[in-house]
Design a protein around this ligand. Structure first.
Ligand SMILES: CC(=O)N[C@H]1[C@@H](OP(=O)(O)OP(=O)(O)OC[C@H]2O[C@@H](n3ccc(=O)[nH]c3=O)[C@H](O)[C@@H]2O)O[C@H](CO)[C@@H](O)[C@@H]1O
Length: 363
């Protein structure tokens, strides 16, 4: 049996592409195991799919001062030992890492065992975890063509971003039913990333009565951010995180307002959903979402508003404009040629595993 260990976590953005690979990996005879953190979002997402899950310690690489910055390096070292021991026992032919903090100890643990690692970078510029893991990896799959210049020549492969196939099979009718909406008014979906965005939540809620004159609003606001006081608004439906209903809610959406996390961006593109992006600003991040958004805007797929320029009036205007010009955006997105990224990534994984077994036979 061919065996692969997947890793990646922290936020859903570092897990979803792994889930997108699952059906094809299984079809091709791979046994799939997962190493993640003890308490990251990946644990529930993987365990609810009955995939064997092995937790290890990891640390967060923060951009701000925190007492944990002193203890986290020790957690990463502990995670390296745990991963080393686990992978020695599990003996996969290859490890695939979607990035995020937990991917660092797992990648190093694999390297110490001589197991090849394939990394995947969703964003336009490589994240810190992937940059730390890069020397220990055999290949790095990139989503944006612009990313290739940040990767070593002998390791970078342009594959695109794998998308969960079920997202393409949503039912609009089912989505309207889940939200309690009617078919006679357009639906605006607001998505602040897998953790939600307090800034976007505040802005949308400030203009909610106006928005509801023209739209029904489905709002994914993040764990702990649902405000029950707002349930009184007819045509406004809040979610903290959406699981299996997401394909239907996306099918019901006419337009979206969203952060510019790479996975959701490529999902919007695959579904041809006109969207207005409000990227996470620099300071709160390394600015990767700004670059993701600029790349999409440059291809006429997206409208973009930056947090520094945003105010309620401008947001209202831009949403109305997006709806008005929606057909132009749909047309531009239809003309994009999206690769079958899952097949491309699996090709890289299998080539990497094969090269290793040839090397092992020669020894
Ligand atoms: C705060 C932070 O660190 N954000 C990063 C994180 O974003 P984040 O984790 O928000 O990632 P993305 O927006 O890229 O992807 C979110 C994923 O979660 C799914 N989803 C979301 C909400 C929901 O209710 N249900 C659901 O299934 C989406 O369909 C998508 O597949 O990873 C991205 C990809 O590396 C980066 O671009 C972001 O900068």
């Amino acid at each position: 049996m061919k065996r692969i260990v997947l890793t990646g976590g922290g936020t859903a953005g570092h897990v979803m592409p792994n889930l997108a690979l699952l059906p094809k990996l299984r079809q091709r005879g791979w046994e799939v195991l997962y190493i993640g953190s003890y308490d990251g979002m990946e644990r529930a997402l993987i365990e609810e799919r009955q995939i064997p899950y092995y937790p290890v310690a990891t640390g967060k690489f923060r951009r701000y001062l925190s007492a944990q910055n002193l203890t986290d390096p020790f957690r990463v070292i502990k995670g390296v030992f745990q991963s080393y021991r686990l992978l020695k026992e599990l003996r996969p032919q290859v490890v695939f890492s979607k990035g995020g903090f937990v991917a660092v100890p797992v990648t190093i643990g694999a390297w110490l065992n001589g197991i090849p690692v394939v990394l995947h970078e969703s964003d336009l510029t490589p994240g810190l975890a992937n940059r730390l893991a890069l020397p220990f990896a055999t290949a790095v799959c990139a989503t944006f063509p612009e990313t290739m210049k940040y990767l070593p020549e002998n390791k970078g492969v342009l594959t695109g971003n794998p998308i969960r196939p079920e997202l393409l099979n949503g039912s609009k009718e089912e989505g309207l039913k889940i939200c309690g909406f009617t078919p006679d008014k357009p639906v605006l979906l607001v998505m602040g990333g897998s953790l939600g965005s307090v800034t976007i939540n505040k802005l949308i809620r400030a203009i909610l009565p106006d928005l509801l004159l023209q739209f029904q609003v489905a709002h994914i606001c993040g764990q702990g951010n649902v405000d029950p006081n707002l349930d009184r608004y007819k045509g406004y439906k809040q979610f903290s995180f959406v699981g299996p209903e997401l394909p239907h809610i996306l099918a019901a959406a006419d337009i979206c307002v969203s952060r510019a996390g790479a996975n959701f961006l490529f999902e919007l593109l695959a579904l041809k959903k006109p969207h207005l992006l409000i990227p996470l600003p620099k300071g709160a991040s390394r600015g990767d979402q700004i670059l993701n958004a600029q790349s999409f805007k440059g291809q006429n797929f997206s409208m973009v508003l930056y947090e520094e320029e945003i105010n309620e009036t401008l947001l209202k205007k831009q949403i109305a404009l997006l709806y008005q010009n929606r057909e132009d955006y749909i047309k531009a997105m239809r003309e994009s040629n999206l690769a079958d990224a899952a097949s491309e990534v699996i090709r890289v994984i299998e080539e990497t595993a094969r090269a290793r077994s040839v090397r092992a036979r020669k020894k």
